[in-house]
Design a protein around this ligand. Structure first.
Ligand code: FES
Length: 54
């Protein structure tokens, strides 16, 4: 499932990035999530936070 359409970032890509760094901000910055239209940002942050809680 795509989280960020502008950058073509899927949930899977976010999950993999989470294995390299656990900080939400670092993952978003590394992948460029929210850098274009920004519509995905809140949803991406919520998903990252849920992943971190598991
Ligand atoms: S959908 Fe993520 S920046 Fe546009």
């Amino acid at each position: 499932m795509y989280i960020c359409i502008c950058k073509g970032i899927t949930e899977e890509k976010i999950r993999k990035a989470m294995n390299e760094t656990s900080k939400t901000h670092d993952v978003l910055k590394k992948l460029g999530v929210g850098d274009d239209c920004g519509v995905c940002l809140i949803s991406a942050i919520e998903r990252l936070q849920k992943t971190q809680k598991k």
